[in-house]
Design a protein around this ligand. Structure first.
Ligand SMILES: [Zn+2]
Length: 416
């Protein structure tokens, strides 16, 4: 284990001890994420699936809906629904929080999803002026323009569960378990208010934005108030993660769904992964740039590490990909700042405030990362990506990136 001014680095992957999801290291210098990932190759997944069936069967036919499935126009939703309907035989209510910065491909995918799976669907679309005021506050307070998406997506399904008395919520992957090995798969960790606040919401609940001098009232934030413990226990709401019971491999899963349904992929600016989070204009744009400033790494590192752990990528190839994508410029900053009425001066000022000084250095008025992964220049980027083979489907819609789209105009006909 290298020890550079108290920052520890994993000897297998590229994560270090500054990871926001709290990583630990064993005596061999291997991080908890790499160690828990090894379970994917040793656990009896048939047995794990049986265990999941035993859990969910208790909820079958008790209500009009057996469970809630939170869905988006990307990120494993097709796979989750395929499992829930076709493997577990459940009748789910689909719940979606409108992320506001939708790509048209994401809207198209969610339209297809609703049509293909024949499920009832509830969506929450918060009024855009409220989103603007919330974004102004969260960006000023802790440098996030994405808090409303994370808070809305984790709160709305629980609000619906308590309101309609549907106790079972089925989520896809547990990020803390999958990325940094916060828990073993065998812990069967469930959704908790504590994890959601500390990690998903960066430590801030909606209530924490009140009385801080921001242009926000309780009415603006009610959509993001997590139900009370009393209401949750009255219904007995539990949130189960499929990744504890199924060998979670998002690349393989998306490729199954591409074959089975007509999921549309999108080329991303700052990563090779054309499957995940393709429903959002900012996720792989300015949100990813902010992550780099704050954490010293961006989504490309997460994707490289995931592929390395599945032995689909060598370490020096991963380093090349990281160095290539990490430095790419984003094209969505104007849209974000114009909509939210945030000036460029303010944007730069907040970015400097949240920059992790342990990981960045300033020289001649320019910032650079102190620790960069060494890449073998002999590697060929194009060849590596070709071998990784993330599918690029032909886009059926051309995106106008100068404005937000809240809804899709047309219904997707599944017979076509
Ligand atoms: Zn590691």
């Amino acid at each position: 284990m290298k020890n550079t001014s108290e920052i520890k680095f994993c000897t297998k992957c590229f994560y270090n001890s500054e990871h926001p999801l709290k990583i630990t290291f064993d005596s061999q210098g291997v991080c908890s994420g790499c160690r828990v990932h090894e379970e994917k190759f040793s656990l009896d997944w048939k047995k794990r699936l049986k265990q999941l069936k035993k859990i969910v069967n208790k909820f079958k036919n008790k209500n009009f809906y057996d469970c809630i499935v939170p869905v988006t126009g990307a990120k494993d939703s097709f796979f989750i629904l395929d499992v829930v309907k076709n493997k577990l035989g459940l009748n789910p209510l689909l719940v979606n929080y409108n992320i506001h910065h939708n790509t048209l491909n994401g809207l198209r995918n969610i339209g297809l999803l609703r049509t293909l799976f024949d499920c009832d669907y509830i969506q929450k679309t918060v009024e855009p002026n409220k989103i603007r005021r919330i974004n102004q506050a969260t960006f000023d307070k802790f440098g996030s323009i994405y808090w409303h998406v994370l808070a809305g997506s984790t709160t709305f399904p629980v609000q619906i569960a308590t309101k309609y008395k549907i106790p079972l919520i089925i989520w896809g992957v547990h990020q803390g378990c999958d990325q940094v090995g916060m828990f073993s798969h065998l812990d069967e960790v469930e959704m908790t208010r504590k994890y959601r606040k500390e990690h998903d919401l960066m430590g801030f609940e909606a209530e924490d934005l009140l009385g801080e001098g921001y242009d926000l009232t309780e009415n603006d934030l009610l959509n993001y108030y997590y139900p009370s413990n009393k209401d949750i226990s009255k219904v007995g709401v539990i949130g189960v993660y499929l990744s504890n019971y199924i060998k979670w491999d998002t690349k393989k899963q998306h490729e199954e769904m591409l074959k089975k349904y007509k999921y549309e992929t999108v080329l991303q600016e700052r990563t090779f992964d054309s499957y995940n989070n393709i429903d959002c204009i900012h996720y792989n744009g300015i949100h990813d740039y902010i992550k780099l400033i704050k954490c010293g790494y961006s989504k490309i590192t997460d994707h490289v590490i995931r592929e390395m752990r599945f032995n689909r990528l060598q370490r020096d190839e991963g380093a090349l990909l990281i160095n290539h994508y990490e430095s790419k410029n984003t094209k969505d900053l104007d849209l974000l700042l114009n909509f939210n009425k945030i000036s460029y001066e303010k944007f730069n000022k907040i970015c400097e405030k949240i920059r992790n000084k342990k990981l960045w250095r300033k020289k001649n008025n320019k910032f650079s990362l102190k620790f960069r992964s060494k890449s073998n220049k002999k590697n060929n980027l194009e060849q590596i990506e070709k071998r990784l083979s993330f599918f690029k489907t032909k886009p059926s819609i051309i995106q106008d990136k100068s404005k937000y789209n809240l809804f899709n105009k047309s219904w997707v006909d599944k017979s076509k």
